[in-house]
Ligand binder design. Structure first.
Ligand code: FAD
Length: 393
C-alpha cells in the first residue's frame, strides 16, 4: 500500500478515551509523521524483501521499534497500547510498514519474556535498532491451528541442541537474522513437550526450503533445520515450557493484530467517506443516499466497537497487569472480522473502481484477509474465549 494519500492521515479521536496517557498521544503522532515522511515515500515496494529491510532500518533509526521490542534489555517492558497504536497508525498508511514493525516485536517477544540476560543483550539492541530482522517460527505444514501436532524436534547432545524438521508460513522467513523457534523436546506428550529456542540465520544446518507468495506480498518462507546444532544456552525458559512461552507472546501480539485490522478499516472508512462525498449520483452525491449513510453508519460503529475491545485488552495488560487471553482473543476476532466487512463495504461504495488493481480499496481487500487466519484463526479465538469462560466459576 502506498503512503501517498490525499487524506490528512488517520483520525486520533479515540485517543481521548481513558485508556491512553500523554505519551501515547505523542507516540501516535510520531508514527504518523514517520509514515508521511520522505523516507517512507522513497521505499520501492516492488522489491518486497528490500522494502522490508529498509522499512525496518528506517523505523529503527526513528527509534520507533522500542515500542515493539521493549525499552530495556534487563527488563523488556512492552507497552501493549504503544504496540497497538504503532500498528494501527502504520496499517492506515502502509501494510508492509505495519508488518515490518510488528515482526520485530513478535520475533523477539519470547526472548524478552524468557531469554537469559546474555541472549537479550545479544539480540534485542540489534533488532531494536533495525540492524537485524526477527521472525517467529511456530507453524508447520500439519501443525497450524493444532500446535500440539508439531513434529520439528530438538534433541539435547551435550551442551548443544540439534534441531530437525521444517516450519512454514514464517513471516520474514528468508530475510530474518534471528528466529524464535518452537520444537518438540519430548518432556511430555502434546503441548507440554515443546521448548523454545533462538536460531540465527547463519547457524549450520539452517536453510530456507521455499519462499511463499501470498495475495498481499510480504516476505514469507518455509524454513528447514537439518541437523542444526545450537548451544543449549539458546533455549528460552525451561525445557517443556515452549508452548506456554508461545501463548504468552501471542497474548501480547494478538491484540496488536486487532489494531492492524483497525488501521486498515479506518483507512477504508476514510476513503469511503471521501469518495461518497465527491461521487455524483442521481443528481446528488453518493453520500446523500440513505443506503450509503446506513453503510457508513455500520462501518463507523463496527470500528469503534472493535477499537474498544482492542484497547480494553491492551489497557488491561498494561495498567491492571491482568491476564488478557480472553480479551485479546475477543479483540482479534472482532477487529479482523469487522475490518474485512468494513473494507468490503468500501469496495462496494467505490463501484468498479473498488476492484481495480492499484486502487486503495483493492489493496486493503488483499491486505486484511490473512489477519483472520494468522496468530490463530477466528474459529480458534472463539474456542479460546469459550474455554476461558468455562474455566470461571
Ligand atoms: C500471511 C501469513 C503469515 C503468517 N506468519 C506466521 C509466522 O510468522 N509464524 C508462524 O509460526 N506462523 C505464521 N503463519 C501461520 C498461521 O499462524 C497459520 O496459517 C494459522 O495458525 C492456521 O494454520 P493452518 O494454515 O495450518 O490452517 P489449519 O490449522 O489447517 O486451519 C484451517 C482452518 O480451519 C479452521 N479451524 C481451525 N481450528 C478449528 C476448530 N477447532 N474447529 C473448526 N474449525 C477450525 C479455521 O477456519 C482455519 O483457518 C502465517 C500465516 C499467514 C497466512
Amino acid at each position: 500500500m502506498s503512503t501517498a494519500s490525499s487524506l490528512p492521515g488517520p483520525t486520533r479521536d479515540h485517543l481521548e478515551w481513558p485508556f491512553f496517557e500523554e505519551r501515547h498521544h505523542r507516540f501516535a503522532a510520531e508514527v504518523d509523521a514517520f509514515a508521511k515522511s520522505g523516507v517512507m515515500a522513497s521505499i520501492d515496494h516492488a522489491d518486497v524483501d528490500g522494502a522490508c529491510r529498509k522499512l525496518v532500518k528506517a523505523l529503527g533509526d526513528a527509534e520507533l521499534l522500542t515500542a515493539a521490542t521493549g525499552s530495556s534489555d534487563s527488563e523488556p517492558l512492552i507497552d501493549s497500547r504503544m504496540v497497538c497504536l504503532g500498528r494501527e497508525t502504520l496499517a492506515w498508511h502502509d501494510g508492509l510498514a505495519d508488518f515490518a514493525f510488528a515482526m520485530q516485536g513478535l520475533g523477539t517477544g519470547a526472548i524478552g519474556l524468557s531469554g537469559s540476560p546474555e541472549l537479550r543483550s545479544a539480540v534485542l539492541p540489534k533488532v531494536r535498532s533495525g540492524d537485524w530482522l526477527a521472525a517467529f517460527a511456530l507453524s508447520e505444514k500439519d501443525a497450524g491451528s493444532d500446535v500440539a501436532a508439531m513434529s520439528c524436534t530438538a534433541r539435547l547432545d551435550g551442551d548443544h541442541y540439534i534441531l530437525d524438521g521444517e516450519k512454514t508460513w514464517i513471516s520474514n522467513g528468508g530475510i530474518a537474522d534471528v528466529y524464535t523457534v518452537f520444537a518438540r523436546t519430548g518432556e511430555a506428550p502434546g503441548t507440554r513437550g515443546i521448548s523454545a529456542f533462538v536460531v540465527f540465520a547463519d547457524d549450520p544446518g539452517f536453510s530456507i526450503a521455499e519462499r511463499i507468495e501470498v495475495i498481499a506480498p510480504h516476505p514469507l518462507a518455509t524454513i528447514r533445520f537439518d541437523n542444526c546444532r545450537i548451544p543449549a544456552s539458546r533455549r528460552l525458559g525451561a525445557p517443556g515450557e515452549g508452548f506456554k512461552i508461545a501463548m504468552r507472546t501471542l497474548d501480547i501480539f494478538r491484540a496488536s493484530v486487532a489494531a492492524a485490522g483497525l488501521g486498515f478499516a479506518r483507512r477504508a472508512l476514510d476513503e469511503a467517506l471521501a469518495h461518497a462525498r465527491s461521487r455524483p449520483m442521481f443528481g446528488a452525491a453518493l453520500a446523500d443516499l440513505q443506503l450509503t449513510q446506513a453503510a457508513l453508519g455500520d462501518m463507523a460503529t463496527g470500528i469503534d466497537a472493535a477499537a474498544l475491545l482492542t484497547y480494553r485488552a491492551a489497557w488491561r495488560r498494561d495498567v491492571q497487569h491482568l491476564p488478557t487471553t480472553r480479551e485479546a482473543a475477543m479483540a482479534k476476532m472482532t477487529a479482523t472480522e469487522t475490518a474485512q466487512s468494513v473494507i468490503d463495504r468500501a469496495v462496494q461504495l467505490f463501484g468498479g473502481r473498488g476492484v481495480k488493481s492499484g486502487e486503495i480499496t483493492e489493496k486493503l481487500y488483499r491486505e486484511i484477509r490473512a489477519l483472520r487466519i494468522y496468530e490463530g484463526a477466528t474459529e480458534v479465538q472463539k474456542l479460546i474465549v469459550a474455554r476461558e469462560l468455562l474455566k470461571t466459576k
